[in-house]
Design a protein around this ligand. Structure first.
Ligand SMILES: *Cc1c(COP(=O)(O)O)cnc(C)c1O
Length: 466
């Protein structure tokens, strides 16, 4: 299996290469040259597999010769052994049509653990093999940072620099990052928004002053290996609800379009998905793009669902490439236009290709709070704000009554206790394994929102690759 860039001119790489690379050298994102496909019989035969065995089945075609099946199984066993629920991603029924897929049983209480626990182990395996070192740079709106830090803290051969927008992540989210005191972990609070932080990280990948001395790697969902790990739970949920004989719809609280793109990949691999419902908060660039073709970035409005407070959605480029005929040169030009003016129009083929599987909804704070109180009052479930946005979109969507609709529960409610308490009157408690989070020592630096300051900090504190 080899991987090509959405902008058409970077060299093709194998799975190991894309795992260690992040952004392609032409500014694009890597995708498999073609989609592996399972037949209906092959999918039916997956029913009843354990999560780890299912993960091996679904991911193996993407891994190619970079790992043996046994190596992949061993990495999955260790990654998913850290989850607090034996089913890893259990399903929970809300009413006759609606289900929650609980993705928050990992060490840092958000779905990002599903991918990052595996990615940390992939880095370790590949680096040990060829003796390299990796400098991971990442931007987080809250949950990626803690999940990535947990996944690589104390590991040999890796340094991690995590940028978060100062004051715009929840106390629990910040402390989950800043109380990890391992010497290879560097937390940086910057002035500005998540988009500012993400733009700086993207720039580091193309900055010769850094790339000459350090092997820069990514843990954001521009990293292909992350998306592959997320494809697995779409299969897990759909199989439990009757796939491949019955179609299932998914509602996905969306920011950087990684999680929902994994659902798109599952559909391309043959999983019968009725519809993917892309739920945004008031930062609704994706809803505007999917409903009217207008992909133009506005200002970021901070909300109670900070992991969705995003205007520029990196993985959307992967969708545009795949539904728009896989023309790298044309997409490179379209994206250059967007980068210059922060606005672009989707082409007709991009719009039609996306509309065949995806619909979208914009959910404001009142609708989010109503979904939270409905789930609590009618089902006895406390939802975090991101999940509540997904559930509201799921309940509004026009899906036939016999088709199950699964909302991805992307974070544990205790990560966002204030917002949950405002909507329901209940204050969720942290799981006991996190109990002393508020007593632990914190360590981080504050830097201005200027690229030079952040790049200089990384250059000073990272270990050169050779
Ligand atoms: C990251 C995150 C999202 C958004 O996921 P994307 O893959 O960026 O679309 C939604 N909810 C929570 C809780 C998250 O941490």
């Amino acid at each position: 299996m080899d991987y090509v860039s959405t902008r058409g001119s970077a060299p093709a790489l194998d799975f190991e290469g894309v795992t260690l690379t992040g952004l392609a050298s032409d500014g694009g994102l890597y995708l498999p040259r073609e989609w592996p496909r399972f037949s209906e019989q092959e999918i039916a035969a997956m029913a009843g597999l354990s999560y780890v065995e299912l993960a091996v089945r679904v991911m193996l075609p993407f891994v190619g010769t970079s790992l043996t099946e046994d190596e992949l199984r061993d990495l999955c066993t260790r990654a998913y052994g850290r989850f607090a629920h034996a089913a890893v991603t259990p399903l929970r029924q809300l009413d006759e049509q609606h289900w929650l897929l609980e993705l928050f049983h990992g060490p840092t209480l958000a779905f990002k653990d599903v991918a990052l626990q595996l990615l940390g182990r992939l880095f370790e395996t590949f680096l040990a093999r060829d003796g390299g070192r990796l400098t991971i740079v990442g931007a987080t709106s809250g949950d990626t940072g803690s999940a990535a830090i947990d996944a690589v803290a104390g590991r040999e051969n890796v340094d991690i620099f995590m940028l978060h927008p100062k004051g715009r992540v929840s106390d629990v989210q910040r402390r989950q990052m800043t109380t990890v005191l391992a010497p290879n972990v560097h937390n940086i609070a910057i002035e500005g928004s998540f988009d500012d932080a993400q733009a700086m990280v993207k720039r580091m990948f193309g900055d010769p002053a850094l790339t000459a001395r350090f092997h820069i790697g990514a843990v954001n969902s521009i990293n292909w290996a992350r998306l592959v790990a997320q494809v697995v739970y779409y299969f897990a949920a759909a199989l439990q609800l009757g796939a491949p004989a019955r179609k299932v719809a998914f509602a996905v609280p969306t920011g950087n379009f990684g999680d929902v793109f994994a659902g798109y990949v599952a559909a391309r691999m043959g999983l019968p998905i009725e519809r993917l419902i892309v739920a945004t908060n008031v930062n609704d660039i994706l809803h505007r793009a999917l409903s009217s073709g207008d992909y133009s970035a506005g200002e970021v409005t901070p909300t109670a669902a900070p992991s969705m407070d995003i205007q520029v959605s990196s993985n959307f480029e992967r969708l545009l490439f795949d539904v728009g005929g896989r023309d790298g040169a044309a997409l490179a030009e379209q994206m250059r236009g967007f980068e210059a003016s922060r606005a672009m129009q989707l082409t007709n083929s991009q719009r039609q290709g996306a509309a065949a599987l995806l619909s979208s909804a914009r959910v404001d704070q009142h609708e989010m709070a109503r979904a939270m109180s409905w789930a609590w009052d009618s089902c006895g479930e406390l939802l975090d704000p991101h999940t509540a946005i997904g559930l509201h979109a799921a309940r509004q969507a026009d899906i036939a009554a016999e088709t199950p609709v699964v909302t991805l529960a992307t974070a544990h409610p205790a990560k966002f206790r204030d917002a949950v308490e405002r909507a329901t009157g209940m204050r969720p408690s942290l799981p006991t394994r996190m109990g002393d989070l508020f007593e632990r020592e914190e360590r981080y630096v504050e830097l201005p929102g200027e690229y030079e300051a952040v790049a200089a900090y990384v250059a000073e504190h990272a270990t050169p690759s050779a």
